[in-house]
Design a binder for this molecule. Structure first.
Ligand code: AMP
Ligand code: MG
Length: 410
């Protein structure tokens, strides 16, 4: 085969577009995590296993949204103040009272609406008189009351299967009277670093060595996403040792970092081909092009690039959807905010680029150190600016999508 240029190495002359890589992940994988019941209080961050339907209406009763007086709207004169006697009182937690026509009921926030009245006047808009209460004209029918089932109607799906439970979800389920939830078991995820230069403290840094950044970073990302992390350690730059270690690990998913480019000392792709099967290699994104998806036996493996920024970007773009798929979570892409660029930028067409930016009131500024190995470009910037495949030039003032980095960390 003729020698092809670097950008045309695989897949009929083109790198795999990110969207296609993501589609392939979804096609090739399905939920592997089992189901367990946990107490609601223990369920934050866990993944809902089944659709959860409401057994009650929320709110369970028509109730008042304010402190004031419940009235029949038809009893009020639309043009001049109306005087009504007060025929009863109800506070939050009390049982429903009746309200004869032509009377008002003293009512407090959260109290069940009396039988009959359809509107609540805020106490600030009422004047207490010797005979009762005087109401200002002009209130809308139905004002200041919260209808039964307004939030969730009985029988409706309150939360869908695959939802990663966040604090407001816990609040919703608690309000529905739920004590136990069926959630997915944590995915068991093995994480390996690769490279003869990678070492660990407390060993001193011998010449040419660096400390491992990726494995702790990936383990932290994975734990925040609810995975159980299996530490695979550091693999040497040797294909036999790499293939043997990947084959020996027992996990639901394997991540490696480094050793996945086209260099002579990059052995992850060959190890995948030897011990399993490669699904794709090299995706049209920057940073992060040398990324490989495959499997070792039945266990999916994503080989992330070695440079830490590239490892984080590819984890976000491909690792997270893969993890979610296997863990039974619905993958929701991070929200993009449209921000004005404060800088000009040139890029190659045909690949998606993520530029680290600092956000300010006037828009997004480029983080000055752009190397894919510069960890402070992640710790000191705010967002990834996403420059679409087709774009070749970005001009200052142009509106572009940005993903806040915090959204990537679960
Ligand atoms: P590689 O793809 O193995 O050639 O790695 C690309 C760059 O990332 C090299 O400079 C590596 O030293 C660096 N690198 C690889 N793995 C790690 C790691 N676990 N922590 C920090 N840097 C790494
Ligand atoms: Mg390496």
């Amino acid at each position: 085969m003729a020698q092809l240029s670097d950008d045309c190495f695989a897949f009929g002359g083109a790198l795999l577009p990110l969207a296609e890589a993501q589609a392939r992940i979804a096609d090739l994988h399905n939920t592997v995590s089992g189901v367990e019941d946990v107490a609601l209080a223990e369920s934050c961050g866990r993944i809902l296993a089944y659709d959860l339907s409401a057994a009650i209406d929320l709110p369970p009763w028509n109730n008042s949204a304010v402190d004031g007086y419940a009235v029949h709207h038809a009893d009020l004169d639309p043009n001049v103040p109306t005087d009504l006697p007060v025929s009863g009182r109800i506070a939050a937690g009390g049982a429903m009272v009746a309200a004869p026509r032509g009377t008002a009921i003293r009512i407090f926030t959260g109290a069940v609406m009396p039988e009959g009245p359809d509107t609540v006047m805020m106490q600030e808009d009422c004047e207490v008189t010797p005979a009762g209460v005087r109401f200002a004209p002009g209130i809308r029918k139905g004002a200041n009351q919260r209808p039964v089932g307004e939030d969730v109607a009985r029988g409706a799906v309150a939360l869908a299967a695959g939802k990663r439970l966040m604090p407001p979800d816990i609040g919703l389920l608690a309000a529905l009277g739920i004590e136990q939830v069926a959630v997915r078991r944590p995915l068991r995820v093995a994480v390996f670093s690769t490279g003869d230069e990678i070492t660990l403290p407390p060993a001193p840094l011998r010449p040419g060595k660096i400390y491992d950044a990726n494995r702790p970073m990936l383990a932290a990302l994975l734990r925040r996403l609810g995975a159980e992390v299996i530490d695979g350690g550091i693999l040497p730059d040797n294909v036999d040792a790499t293939a043997a270690a990947l084959s020996a690990i027992s996990a639901d998913l394997i991540f490696t970092s480094g050793g996945v480019s086209a260099g002579e000392e990059d052995h992850v792709r060959t190890a995948i081909e030897r011990a399993g099967e490669l699904a794709f290699w090299r995706v049209a994104i920057k940073p992060g092009r040398p990324v490989a998806l495959g499997r070792i036996g039945a266990t999916p493996l994503l080989g992330l690039p070695g440079n830490p920024v590239a490892a984080l970007v590819t984890f976000t773009a491909l690792g997270r959807p893969l993890l979610d798929r296997l863990a039974g979570a619905t993958y929701v892409p991070p929200v993009r905010f449209t921000v004005a660029s404060r800088f000009a930028y040139r890029k190659k067409a045909g690949r998606l680029e993520y530029v680290r930016v600092v956000l300010g009131p006037d828009g997004a500024s480029r983080y000055p150190k752009e190397g894919a190995g510069v960890l402070t470009s992640l710790t000191e910037s705010d967002a990834l600016m996403e420059l679409p495949e087709a774009m070749t030039a970005l001009t200052p003032g142009e509106l572009v999508p940005c993903i806040p980095l915090g959204l990537l960390y679960g």
